[in-house]
Design a protein around this ligand. Structure first.
Ligand code: DQA
Length: 149
């Protein structure tokens, strides 16, 4: 049966490519979505992508995913460090969610070391730039036995 993934991007990630390229790289959001799409083409997996700068809109996207997705790859941007609402949404939807960060948040300012979300996610991937999204997809593919363990 076809699996479905939501690739969800949080605030300021619409600016990727021009936003602090020394931290986040020169890859745009469209590039990342295309790379994820390309990676999944070999599998029976369909991808939907979304980005929002608004916390409530991200909560709505997560709720909506409950009706159609089998897993979520999520870069919550700065809401990672603040949002109890997103944490509660992740718990509520009962889907495997993988938290992704382009940068290694643990090597940056102290306020980025804490994630409100990681504890309720399947896991967290940070510091590998755009490739982190591919690693997260592979984690879901392995979970579904679509990749060898
Ligand atoms: C980020 C890390 C966050 O701390 C930051 O607020 C972002 C991007 C990352 O992908 O490295 O917006 O999530």
């Amino acid at each position: 049966m076809t699996k479905h993934i939501l690739l969800l991007h949080g605030p300021n990630l619409n600016l990727l490519g021009t936003r602090q390229p020394e931290v986040y790289g020169s890859t745009t959001l469209a590039d990342i979505n295309a790379a994820a799409e390309g990676h999944l083409a070999a599998f029976e997996v369909k991808l939907r992508t979304a980005q929002s700068n608004h916390e409530g809109a991200l909560v709505d996207r997560l709720h909506d995913a409950r009706d159609w997705a089998d897993g979520v790859v999520f870069n919550p941007g700065a809401y990672t460090h603040t949002s109890i609402a997103l944490r509660d949404a992740i718990v509520a939807i009962e889907l495997p969610v993988i938290e992704v960060h382009l940068s290694n948040v643990h090597g940056r300012e102290a306020f980025r070391h804490q994630s409100m979300l990681a504890g309720v996610c399947l896991g967290q991937i940070a510091g590998f730039g755009w490739h982190g999204y591919i690693l997260a997809m592979d984690a879901l593919l392995r979970r579904w036995d679509l990749l060898p363990a």
